[in-house]
Design a binder for this molecule. Structure first.
Ligand SMILES: [Zn+2]
Length: 307
């Protein structure tokens, strides 16, 4: 997948830079005669010790440790950091390879999220739960509860029955703000989040529909691959025949089959949403089994459970 490759390249680049720092430190230290002698003495001793230990003979390991200390001391005397020869991995878990036991590491997931977020065209800095200010809402207590519920959900969404979350309400009622907090929290947890607008999504799906080469799959794949799909402003997207209903249904249905959450918001009422998207999509997104709808009705915020 293209996104994974881009993210992996970033991790590799980071690793290479750190390797180069360690190697530059070594080159600098080797200009010093004392360090150089100790360094090569240690190198040949390592082999000697290894041979002895392999043959179960007494070895000079204590001398090796002694040399190691002298080397580090010399490094310090030369004004270089004591750990200057070690490669400083950004991620200790995978040593900046992006994978642990063949599984994708959380650092690569985070990098993928970042890459995706950059590609989503939204602003860099997201709002987060810590800076949410409920005082600006008339119904601040209820708003606070909604935020707390959603923050908790972020911690347990993988095991939660709740997979589809809809935020309904007028403009300026805090829906997008809340979605950003959710995205921010999940990205920080290393989750693979895709934050998009319904508008951008439909343009991608139209391109998918009208492209006939192999690159087209990536256009659809990003909506299926991510751990959590977040869609801003449903209902503002243009309508194209044979595109909106078919592909949105395909994506929603596939994600629901795989138990992967969808969070969306809309200015529509429930009735308008039903009218716009029809029975098939409505019943996938809004049902008793795995869905929740929060109604942000301007100053009158009401929470409806499992409608
Ligand atoms: Zn890692």
């Amino acid at each position: 997948m293209k996104i994974e490759k881009i993210a992996l390249e970033k991790i590799k680049k980071r690793k290479k830079q750190n390797q180069e720092i360690a190697s530059a430190n070594l080159q600098k230290a080797l200009e010093d005669e004392i360090f150089k002698n100790l360094y090569y003495e240690k190198k040949s001793l390592i082999i000697e010790v290894a041979k002895c230990e392999a043959d179960n003979l007494p070895s000079n390991r204590y001398k090796l440790n002694d040399l190691e200390h002298k080397l580090l001391d010399r490094l310090e005397q030369l004004g270089l950091p004591k750990d200057g020869l070690e490669i400083k991995y950004f991620c200790q878990k995978c040593k900046d390879t992006g994978y642990v036991n063949g599984k994708i590491c959380s650092c690569l997931k985070r990098e993928i999220s970042k890459t995706l977020f950059e590609k989503s065209g939204l602003k860099k800095k997201l709002h987060c739960f810590d800076d949410s200010n409920f005082e600006i809402f008339d119904n601040s207590e209820l708003m606070k509860k909604t935020y707390q519920k959603m923050e908790k959900w972020c911690d347990e969404f993988e095991t939660s029955y709740l997979k589809n979350i809809g935020l309904f309400g007028g403009a300026g009622s805090g829906k997008t703000f809340l979605m950003e907090c959710i995205a921010d929290k999940l990205i920080k947890k290393g989750k693979y989040v895709y934050f998009t607008t319904a508008f951008k999504m439909i343009l991608n799906l139209l391109e998918y529909h009208t492209t006939f080469d192999n690159t087209k799959n990536e256009l659809l794949q990003q909506y299926l691959d991510c751990d959590v799909l977040i869609i801003d402003d449903m209902g503002t997207e243009p309508i194209y025949n044979n595109v909106n209903e078919n592909y949105l249904y395909l994506i929603f249905n596939q994600r629901i089959m795989e138990n992967k959450p969808i969070i969306y918001n809309t200015n529509f009422t429930l009735d308008e949403f039903y009218e716009r998207y029809g029975e098939r999509i409505f019943s996938r997104l809004i049902n008793k089994r795995n869905s929740k709808v929060f109604n942000f009705l301007n100053s009158d915020l009401r929470i409806k459970n499992n409608i």
